[in-house]
Ligand binder design. Structure first.
Ligand code: ADP
Length: 201
């Protein structure tokens, strides 16, 4: 603890507990964490899953790479240090949502085990559901949703995951989904199979 924040006393035993908030919302809060290459389907499935869960009566909040980077983390770049700080802040936000009883759906490339372990360490192992989007690089690159692969190949973007920065295959994923030959609906059903049992009271 630095001198500046040595007079801060965080209170985590709120008068209304997480459990009571979960009961109010009739759900168990979890962090559903999508990891995978750009274009692998994280954002698409996070949104489709949220819509489906909303229709079933679950309260969720999406945290997505571009939204976070254009807002709270707009002072961070893509160096290894900044990637760590980016994800540390995201994990802290996810934990706040978790303690509010909200199901937090996160869509971040989160390319290394170190990064994913950092989140898991902050959020807590038992509340962290890791979904690995295993769509292969060739497919992601062919989609090139945002034109980023072309730029990365041209050397216009440095440290681009899959091209000039590594992606480590997750060791602890609860689920792997390759979207190459599947519809969004099929993928959502695979996700629901896993997730519903975890978030239902
Ligand atoms: P990411 O968030 O991982 O960068 P996006 O969700 O932005 O990826 O992009 C995935 C692209 O792949 C979208 O253009 C989407 O329409 C397409 N796609 C095709 N099939 C699927 C599927 N089954 N699930 C998710 N995305 C799919």
């Amino acid at each position: 603890m630095t001198k500046e924040n040595s007079n801060i006393y965080p209170v985590f035993d709120n008068s209304v507990s997480r459990r009571e908030k979960e009961l109010l919302l009739n759900q168990k809060s979890k962090i559903i964490w999508f990891t995978g290459l750009s274009g692998s389907g994280k954002t698409t499935l996070a949104n489709a899953l949220e819509k489906n869960l909303y229709e079933k009566g679950f309260l969720t909040q999406i945290l997505d790479g571009d939204n976070i980077r254009s807002g709270i983390n707009n002072n961070l770049g893509f160096s290894p240090e900044d990637r760590m700080e980016n994800v540390r802040r995201i994990a802290e936000i996810a934990k706040l949502l978790l303690n509010s009883g909200v199901i937090c759906i996160c869509a971040f490339v989160s390319p290394t085990e170190d990064i994913r372990n950092l989140v898991c360490g902050i959020a807590g192992d038992e509340d962290f559901i890791e979904i690995y989007m295993s769509t292969p690089l060739e497919v992601c690159e062919r989609r090139d949703v945002k034109g980023l692969y072309q730029k990365a190949r041209a050397g216009e973007i440095k440290n681009f995951t899959g091209i000039s920065a590594p992606f480590e295959i997750p060791k602890n994923a609860a689920l792997s989904i390759d979207t190459t030959n599947k519809s969004v609906e099929e993928c959502v059903n695979i996700l629901l199979d896993k997730v519903l049992q975890e978030i239902s009271l």
